[in-house]
Design a protein around this ligand. Structure first.
Ligand code: CA
Length: 241
């Protein structure tokens, strides 16, 4: 049975920490929070989180120093670390990455971008992002018990057919599902549904998912079907403002 991935936030600014915590919990992650560098280091070693979000400027011990020390201990040597900082200039960014951070996000950032990057870090580390009742891809999450869908923290309202389609797509992000696959899994084997009906539902699903102006996550693969596109870290780098 998989458990929800645990994320440690080391951030001394309460408003930012609260916002991040809210968005991460909405997406199905378990969150622990440290207000200073020393506590962050202790919690990282004790609680063994799956990812650390490390603010650069922290009281007691800087984020950079926490990062350096985490890399020095065997048990946290490979722990995915994302540095958060208001310092956007390249020299700092390079310094952060050289110290062993896996990724780097400049403030202010959108919750969607944060979630997508965490998801990518977890995927690279081979951790399943969320517990078994939660399916997710980038900033999109589905709770199959509560029957809810959120994108970047916003609730997405879907009809039953669109919901089932999305569930199919989320179960195998990146895999192309043919119209036949969708037909069989969404409507059932012996139902007669025209191909263009599937396209109509995909259009509705896209509209609901992208309502907040987010990038389209559903990829149309000509003459093959549809897939959820999984953003890579490189894509995110290019999209970052
Ligand atoms: Ca700070």
């Amino acid at each position: 049975m998989s458990r929800a991935a645990v994320i440690l936030i080391a951030e001394d600014e309460a408003a930012i920490a609260t916002l991040i915590k809210y968005n991460l919990e909405q997406a199905g992650y378990k969150v622990i929070h440290a207000l200073d560098g020393e506590t962050a280091l202790r919690l990282a070693r004790q609680e063994k989180p799956d990812v650390v979000l490390l603010d650069w400027m922290l009281p007691v011990m800087s984020g950079l120093e926490v990062c350096r020390q985490l890399r020095a201990y065997a048990e946290t040597e490979r722990l995915p670390i994302m540095m958060l900082t208001a310092r956007a200039d390249e020299a700092d960014r390079v310094k952060g990455l050289h110290t062993g951070a896996d990724d780097y996000l400049a403030k202010p950032f959108s919750p969607g971008e944060l979630l997508a990057r965490i998801h990518a870090l977890l995927r690279r580390a081979g951790v399943s992002a969320v517990s078994s009742t939660l399916l997710s891809c980038a900033d999109l999450s589905m709770d199959t018990v509560k029957h809810t869908v959120t994108r970047g923290g916003r609730t997405v309202h879907l009809g039953p057919t669109e919901y089932k389609m999305l569930q199919q797509l989320l179960q195998q992000p990146g895999k192309v599902l043919s119209r036949d696959d969708l037909l069989e899994n969404v409507w059932g084997k012996n139902i007669n549904v025209e191909e263009r009906t599937i396209d109509v539902h995909i259009r509705r699903l896209r509209k609901a998912l992208n309502e907040g102006g987010e990038p389209d996550l559903i990829r149309t693969v000509r003459s093959a079907g549809y897939a959820l596109s999984v953003p890579s870290l490189d894509d995110l780098e290019n999209e970052a403002v």
